[in-house]
Design a protein around this ligand. Sequence first.
Ligand SMILES: [Zn+2]
Length: 135
Amino acid sequence: MLNSQIDTGSGGFIVWSMKREDFIKVVGEAMDSLPKQFRCRIRNVAVLVKDLPTDQAPPEHGQPKRLLLGLFHGVPMTQKSVFHLPSGPDHIVLYQKNIEAICSNEAEVREQIRRTFLHELGHYFGMTEEQLRGA
Ligand SMILES: [Zn+2]
């Protein structure tokens, strides 16, 4: 899970939104930029892009708020064993509107997509929140 704080000092209203296909393309580029030894270890992970978590109201500007940017669903690779029952493909969800809400331009959004995706991928590789925060 990756949360972030809206910066109320410099935050303005978001008047634009990246096209979903462009958003997904940035995720693909982040994936392509991974070192080969990581890429070939990624198996059965789907990446989904959603607007918002189902129980969250649209983000508002002007109030500090913790926003969920992404989430990893599944069993970290390090905890899988031959006895593990299949529970469907692992997946990473990225929340587009929350990512956009904490960024003020497209370059920032692209960087944030990349960071969020790599963070959630870290969970797939079995890293803890603490390890990822220090990375
Ligand atoms: Zn996390």
